[in-house]
Every structure is written in C-alpha cells, then in structure tokens.
Design a protein around this ligand. Structure first.
Ligand code: MG
Length: 156
C-alpha cells in the first residue's frame, strides 16, 4: 500500500463558476485558475500522483500549456487514473476548507463523481467540508483550499 497527500488553493473571484469535485455549486463567486480551478480535484490528483511517486499535476498538466485552458478537472482525474495502471484506489478522503457557501447539500454528488472517475465504490470515497472559523484566507472568503489523502493498493 502507498499513501499520498495533496493540497491546493484557488482564489475566489467574480465572473467564474464554482466547480468542486465536478459539481457546479451556486454562488456569487467562483474559483480563478487556468483550468476550471476545481481545487478539490486538484488536491486529489496530487495525492494520487504523490502516492505513486509520479510528481504533481503541475508537471503533467502545466498551467502554461494552452491545452489546459478551461480544462475539466474531472477529465484530468481520469487521465491521472490512466497513469497508474498497476494500482487501484483503496480509499480517498478529501477535505474542502471554505467559509462560504455551505457545501453539505452537494457532498453526496461530489462523492459519486469522484468514485466514478476513480472506478471505485462510493463507500471508498469521503468528501467533507469545514470552515476555518473566519480565520485566514478561507475564513475571509478570499479563497478555497482543499486537502486530500489517498491510499493506493498495488494490483496483483
Ligand atoms: Mg490548482
């Protein structure tokens, strides 16, 4: 078994959609970035790549490459899965740090999206959201951060 951790941050700005784990969450602001800025999926991809000792998403999908402009991060997650043919995901746990909006109603769909992309059962995936009690950049609503940990199991 191999464990990996990922962390990412994106700034909240006007005029962008808020996409988290492939779910469009209704909100007045969205996350800024080269791709769809799905901060939670970025953290998860970095956790998977970390567990497999394959570097990070910046190496595989550079934000200087116009090919990834507006990229669907769920699609990139599928490509990360193709990079690890000798592993299966044991479980994944994602934590989204956001003061607003309330994410609880969207968590079940987020779990289903991630499980489908990683080809595992929803029971192997957890997505949770927390505020940081008004502290720091997530507390002030300037941005959203996400952590992910994943366990990979070698096949065969
Ligand atoms: Mg990112």
């Amino acid at each position: 078994m191999r464990i990996g951790h990922g962390y990412d941050v994106h700034r909240l700005v006007q005029g962008r959609r808020l996409i988290l784990c492939g779910v469009e969450v209704p909100y007045t602001l969205g996350l800024d970035g080269h791709s769809d800025a799905d901060v939670a999926v970025h953290a998860l991809m970095d956790a998977i790549l970390g567990a497999a000792a394959l570097g990070d998403i910046g190496r595989h999908f550079p934000d200087t490459d116009p090919a990834y402009s507006g990229a669907d991060s769920m699609e990139l997650l599928g490509r990360v899965m193709e990079m690890i043919p000798s592993y299966r995901v044991g479980n994944a746990d994602v934590t989204i740090l956001a003061q607003r909006p309330k994410l609880m109603p969207f968590l079940p769909q987020m779990v289903r999206n991630l499980a489908a992309a990683m080809r595992v059962a929803p029971e192997q995936v957890n997505v949770k959201a927390t505020t940081e009690e008004g502290l720091g950049f997530t507390g002030s609503g300037e941005g959203i951060a996400a952590h992910a940990v994943v366990l990979l199991e070698e096949i065969g």
